[in-house]
Design a protein around this ligand. Structure first.
Ligand code: ZN
Ligand code: ZN
Length: 217
């Protein structure tokens, strides 16, 4: 399936599904181009979706294809937003192009490189790939949980999974947010980091949600 428009529409339908049961009209509006009917026909021909009245449904095959495309798109978002720090207005367009050019192998490399992120910068789920469940990997992650640092290692916070969001307000005050530099100074009995001249003890759980990039000094 090399048609970019097919990929694009698949992603639009997928994202509509995440919000609510999608109606054809809403999807057409979101798709935004006047070749909507033509591309929808392609999707139907390729047995990716079925349409009954105003309702659109993924086939099993379509669901797999949608999962792949959304995975590529959101990994690209993660890459552009967190690592390259490209502003949102630009990275959404980039991710849109990126989703068409990543091969499955490269996608898994990007995922590994990013430490197998579970959500995109908008906090929407990234479907897992083979790389996320297997432990055999040739690519060393560039971004990894804080817990993997060695003592004395300095690192920059790249992103934080908002799983334990309630507890973040407080940490934010101490400067625990993306872009800031930390140094790991203790692992046992609990994690202690140095940040902005103060030391801070953190729960293991929280540390696993903080993804960092090692800094050379
Ligand atoms: Zn996103
Ligand atoms: Zn992965």
């Amino acid at each position: 399936m090399s048609d970019r428009r097919v990929d694009h529409l698949l992603r639009i339908i997928w994202m509509a599904y995440e919000k609510e049961a999608p109606e054809l009209k809403a999807i057409e509006k979101e798709y935004g181009n006047d070749d909507f009917s033509e591309v929808l026909q392609l999707l139907i021909q390729e047995k990716l979706v079925t349409v009954k009245g105003d309702e659109i449904q993924f086939t099993a095959q379509g669901k797999r294809a949608g999962e792949e495309i959304i995975r590529r798109y959101r990994l690209a978002e993660r890459l552009f937003a967190d690592l390259l720090e490209i502003p949102q207005s630009d990275y959404e367009w980039l991710a849109c192009n990126f989703e068409h050019i990543l091969s499955p192998e490269v996608t898994d490399s990007v995922c590994t490189f990013l430490g197998h992120p579970r959500v995109c910068p908008h906090n929407r789920p990234i479907p897992q790939g083979k790389c996320c469940v297997s432990f055999v990997n040739d690519v060393k992650p560039l971004v990894q949980p804080l817990t993997t640092l060695s003592l004395g290692q300095k690192a920059r916070i790249v992103y934080i999974f908002p799983v334990h969001k309630k507890r973040w307000g407080q940490l934010h005050q101490f400067g625990v947010f993306p872009g800031n530099t930390i140094k790991l100074i203790q692992k046992r009995p609990s994690y202690v980091i140095e940040i902005g001249g103060t030391t801070l003890a953190l729960d293991d759980e929280i540390c696993r949600d903080i993804y960092v990039k090692k800094l050379m000094d």
